[in-house]
Design a protein around this ligand. Structure first.
Ligand SMILES: NC(=O)c1ccc[n+]([C@@H]2O[C@H](COP(=O)([O-])OP(=O)(O)OC[C@H]3O[C@@H](n4cnc5c(N)ncnc54)[C@H](OP(=O)(O)O)[C@@H]3O)[C@@H](O)[C@H]2O)c1
Length: 326
């Protein structure tokens, strides 16, 4: 299998490393707005070709495109890729409105190609262990998930520059960038929520630097804290009537414990070094294409639909609109 890339930042570099480690797909071409950057990135990563025109790059005979452009550009980049009959692996958040998701779903179905959202934390061995262990906790009664990570780009923001990820123009903010990790985990574990409410802490430009998200289910709530302007140190927990699952971190989970309420004993369920965790999502994506697994694709794409719907509802209730929505 052959692929090309859009975006030249470290996450694209990591994706190429994951592809190389898996050995199941080869980099063909790269795209950048800058010819110097495109040429250098191609040379550094062994790509055969480089482009500064996306439409030209999409004419190449490849199987899929990896997209890691700023959030607001995903829709157009995915749309163009599908139009040329390419499968798509796009970084989270796939898109930022349900309408965009619906349009892409229809287009992909008409063209017979797959769209995959890069939610790397939902494909690791430790995450599958968590899913399998969920029943040990019994009836779930509360969940507290946190992704609170100080961004070095906040330092730039404080100096008066607005990095893409802190901008309305590129659909930035704590919810879109980090809140999506715990939110997608909640939706994957418990399904589409009944309702959602967001309590953002807004920065001067109206973007959420941090916030608390309450995700409602019939028998419990999931409380999510996300932030790009402070550093968290506490773990995340799922509280059931019979026990508690504790994760040191969400993306990826590196240590997972189960506390049995009756015996009061704590068991270490999994602890592995997942240094290049993108390998797992990469291999699921490639396998899905190789096996033409339409059923699995439907499950994943519908999950992405629930995520985008929840994100859109949460932010719009709090008047967080991106530049092209105002
Ligand atoms: N899964 C993960 O762990 C993870 C981690 C980080 C990021 N991400 C996701 O990956 C995507 C990219 O994030 P990032 O932090 O790498 O973004 P970024 O640095 O702002 O931009 C990514 C790439 O897009 C191009 N670009 C930058 N500004 C642009 C502009 N104004 N107009 C058009 N293209 C522009 C640049 O490539 P050229 O200059 O070469 O054109 C850049 O390499 C986001 O969707 C993010 O959520 C995922």
């Amino acid at each position: 299998m052959y692929f090309s890339t859009i975006g030249t930042s470290w996450i694209t570099q990591r994706f190429i490393e994951a592809a190389n480690a898996s050995g199941r797909a080869h980099l063909h071409a790269v795209y950048s707005r800058s010819p110097q950057k495109a040429k250098q990135f191609a040379e550094d990563n062994g790509a055969v070709k480089w482009f500064t025109d996306i439409d030209e790059m999409l004419q190449e005979p490849i199987d899929f495109i990896y997209i890691a452009s700023p959030n607001t550009l995903h829709y157009e980049h995915i749309r163009k890729s599908i139009a040329q009959g390419k499968h798509v692996f796009c970084e989270k958040p796939l898109v930022y409105t349900e309408q965009q998701w619906q349009a892409l779903k229809e287009q992909a179905s008409n063209k017979g190609v797959f769209i995959f959202e890069g939610l790397r934390h939902l494909f690791t061995p430790n995450y599958y262990t968590l899913k399998a262990a969920l029943s040990k906790a019994g009836q779930i009664r509360s969940v507290m998930l946190q992704y609170v990570q100080y961004s070095s780009r906040y330092d730039e923001f404080k100096k008066g520059n607005i990095p893409n990820i802190f901008s309305k123009e590129f659909a930035g903010g704590a919810l879109m960038d980090l809140g999506i990790y715990p939110l997608s985990m909640a939706i994957d574990l418990f399904g589409e929520p009944i309702d959602i409410a967001y309590f953002p802490v807004k920065l001067a430009n109206g973007i959420d630097g941090s916030g608390t998200l309450i995700v409602m289910y019939s028998d419990f709530n999931v409380t999510i804290m996300c932030s790009k302007i402070a550093q968290g140190t506490i773990p995340s927990e799922i509280h059931g009537e019979d026990g508690t699952l504790t994760m040191d971190h969400l993306a990826p989970i590196t240590t997972l414990h189960f506390y049995d309420r009756k015996t009061k004993e704590t068991e270490l369920l999994r602890q592995t070094g997942t240094e290049l965790d993108m390998v797992y999502e990469f291999e699921s994506f490639v396998k899905m294409i190789e096996e033409n697994d339409i059923k699995y694709h439907d499950v994943l794409l519908n999950r992405s639909g629930h995520i985008v719907k929840a994100l859109e509802k949460a932010r719009k209730k709090e008047n967080i609109f991106f530049t092209d929505e105002i």
